[in-house]
Ligand binder design. Structure first.
Ligand code: HEC
Length: 126
């Protein structure tokens, strides 16, 4: 069976790669490569969503975007430098920093989640 390039929704074959003139598999390769490139562009959006979804689990206590109301017993975390937050969350997770609720919460986070969450809050204004 002949490959039909027009079945690829990601791209049309570039000039000189028509199925009729060149070896068929080159046209196919060009189309597949174009698909791979365009899905790479979609990645920042997925990463962003992953980050926000993780960070949202903190909002119920630390406030929307990490800002607590004045006089709150819970510390604000917006604008906390990334390295500091990673250190604190790991200290909670390992139990080396005393806590009431953060031990339990941090135990549910992977290192990748901790890094992602810390980067998010570091990017926000205090
Ligand atoms: C159930 C409420 C609650 C939730 C949910 C919560 N925290 Fe906390 N957080 C606290 C409290 C209370 C403290 C003070 C330490 C303690 O008693 O556990 C704290 C302390 C912290 C600190 C230390 C702040 C400082 O100034 O040193 C960080 C960092 C932190 N939390 C990050 C997070 C992150 C990130 C999340 C989401 C993954 C989160 N917290 C979810 C209640 C919460």
């Amino acid at each position: 069976m002949q490959p039909h390039v027009h079945h690829f929704v990601c791209s049309r074959p570039a000039k000189g790669t028509q199925v009729s003139s060149g070896p068929h598999r080159w046209a196919l390769t060009a189309a597949v490569l174009a698909c791979a490139v365009s899905s790479a562009y979609a990645q920042p959006a997925a990463e962003d969503l992953y980050q926000r979804a993780n960070a949202a689990t903190c909002a119920s206590c630390h406030g929307t975007e990490g800002r607590t109301t004045q006089g709150s017993a819970i510390p604000a975390i917006a604008g906390m430098p990334k390295a500091d937050m990673v250190t604190q969350l790991k200290a909670f997770k390992e139990g080396t920093r005393p806590a009431t609720v953060m031990h339990q919460l941090s135990k549910g986070l992977t290192d990748a989640q901790i890094n992602s969450i810390a980067a998010y809050y570091a990017s926000l204004q205090r």
